[in-house]
Design a protein around this ligand. Sequence first.
Ligand SMILES: C[S@@+](CC[C@H](N)C(=O)[O-])C[C@H]1O[C@@H](n2cnc3c(N)ncnc32)[C@H](O)[C@@H]1O
Length: 359
Amino acid sequence: MNDNERNRNLAALISDKIRREGPMSFAQFMDMALYHPRLGYYARTGDSEDYFTSVDVHPLFARVLAKFIRLEWEKNFREGPRFTVLELGAGGGKLAGGILSWLSQEARGCFERVRYLVLESSPERLKRLGKLKKEFGPRVEVLSDPSSLWPGSLNGVVLSNEFFDALPCHRVVRRDGRIREIRVGEGFKEIEAEATPPIRSFFDWLGAAPAEGCAGEAHLLAREWTALLARALARGTVLTIDYGYESAELYSEIRPQGTALRHLRHQASRDFYRDIGLADLTAHVNFTVLSKEGAEKGLMSRPLVSQSRFLLDLGMEEILRSASESPDARTRLRASSAAKTLIHPEGLGGTFKVLLQNK
Ligand SMILES: C[S@@+](CC[C@H](N)C(=O)[O-])C[C@H]1O[C@@H](n2cnc3c(N)ncnc32)[C@H](O)[C@@H]1O
């Protein structure tokens, strides 16, 4: 199917649903646009040309995360029988592959004992994850949904990079002190409606909302995922890497239109209803949702830090030094320019935040 057909078919499918059932929530729209199993953005084959993540920048990123995993194992799990790493939204497996390769070379004890679960919902990406099993054997398990993550079933590390920003979210606007929902009506016209009870109770629970006259997002699914992870984890750490803010900053009047964005070929815009199925849709993460829900379910958060701080604290410079010892000048140059992109406060290093939560 070519891009035009994908776009036409998916737009028709969504329009038809709206015509039959009335305006849909933005979360429903985002869910269909991104995750329709055949026509959605994440059902497309090949790697994205619309965004790149830290994982794509250089294998250095995976090596630093592998070092984090080794440290967690040494500190808390070396004596235990089982150590599990669960990676949420593992994409095509580049990060998992990089982590497992590094562990197999630099932390054999941890590598021998780890059970590495990759969770991914995109059928196309799930196919690509299969090759991790070939390379790293039965220690890798591929999950297409979280149904096997029983309460208390995980001892180890849950990690994600750019998973939470890809979760469908609701959009709202505040008028005369009241939260109104932005829904998607016929002809993809946005309609303001009374907020549904789940949205109202989300903001009541959070104790924060967009400033007067400003739009913003309600991260109901992020809250559900945090509760699920808190339940599934018996003991260990949740490591979340993503862009976003805490509530006060996220909902301030300097962001009158909220943070939901459409990304197409590295261009960001708010034309959510153009190129449906061909463009990525995202929203900044509300880290307060993760830390508050986590705290209520037994996951204690450490203060949010920048990716740059996190990578440097873990000894990224030392890992970079060994990459810089390559006899090949191009390899050395690539590593040092990637390190700048990953660490620089005006690059990914400052935009991305790291939240660590322990149980
Ligand atoms: C922005 S991509 C990030 C991919 C990868 N972590 C990286 O850093 O390159 C988000 C990924 O999360 C996956 N995803 C979104 N919702 C999911 C869900 N409910 N269950 C499993 N995977 C999901 C998407 O299919 C996609 O591969």
